[in-house]
Design a protein around this ligand. Structure first.
Ligand SMILES: N[C@@H](CCC(=O)N[C@@H](CS)C(=O)NCC(=O)O)C(=O)O
Length: 216
């Protein structure tokens, strides 16, 4: 039975978005507190007691141990509440999903959020380093080509079914397709993204305005 999920983190954080998308896909009840960025609250002794890094998201299930690191939180929720193919029981099948989830966290989110999103959206126009953005896009597109190869032969990143790997990968795509950059052509990724936008949980928790984060 589901306990009470408490989640600390603002809606505009990409990591919080991945978590909230997962929570909604698993149909879990939750309470979310706006913490971080303009809301602050992540440098108080109480918050640092839960997460010494002072970052969001943080999750507590039924008052249990605070969990931070989005990858760990997602794996916890998938293990505790996921069913079927989302986070398979069989170790080989689970490792396949986990491998793509980890890949997406490191190579997709890692090469997009700081190197591209921050430089384009969270940097004032006058300070924008177009050369660095172009070179970061080159790196990102090399990884996106790997996803393109996967999605050309199957509907989801790790295979035939929607899994935790799609959460770690797909949440980055809203911002990738929304910001003002030179995109390369990845038809299978684009179709996959269009399909994600039809999922109510994705539309509600990932397609969130990032205007609050814009630098003037
Ligand atoms: N590795 C951590 C990174 C967490 C992180 O950097 N969170 C950002 C938001 S995406 C944060 O807390 N920023 C400070 C703030 O919002 O004030 C994770 O995956 O959870």
């Amino acid at each position: 039975m589901q306990g009470k999920l408490s989640i600390w983190g603002r809606k505009t954080s990409s990591n919080v978005q991945a978590l909230m998308w997962c929570v909604a896909e698993l149909n879990l009840a939750y309470e979310r507190y706006d913490i971080g960025h303009k809301f602050g609250g992540n440098d108080t002794p109480e918050f640092l007691e839960m997460n010494p890094n002072g970052t969001v998201p943080v999750l507590r299930d039924n008052g249990g141990e605070a969990i931070w690191e989005t990858g760990a939180i997602l794996r916890y929720l998938a293990t505790q509440y996921g069913t079927g193919d989302f986070w398979p029981q069989q170790p080989q099948a689970r490792a396949n999903v986990d491998k793509w989830a980890e890949w997406a966290k490191i190579n997709i989110a890692g090469t997009f959020t700081g190197p591209i999103f921050w430089r384009v959206v969270r940097t004032a126009a006058k300070d924008r380093d177009e050369k660095a953005i172009a070179s970061a896009l080159n790196v990102f597109h090399k990884y996106l080509q790997i996803a393109e190869n996967q999605l050309t032969k199957q509907p989801f990143l790790a295979g035939e079914a929607f899994t935790l790997a799609d959460i770690q990968f797909g949440h980055v795509l809203y911002r990738y397709f929304d910001i003002a950059i030179e995109r390369a052509s990845f038809p299978a990724v684009e179709q996959y993204y269009q399909n994600l936008t039809q999922r109510p949980a994705f539309a509600e928790h990932v397609m969130v305005s990032y205007d609050d984060l814009r630098a003037e």
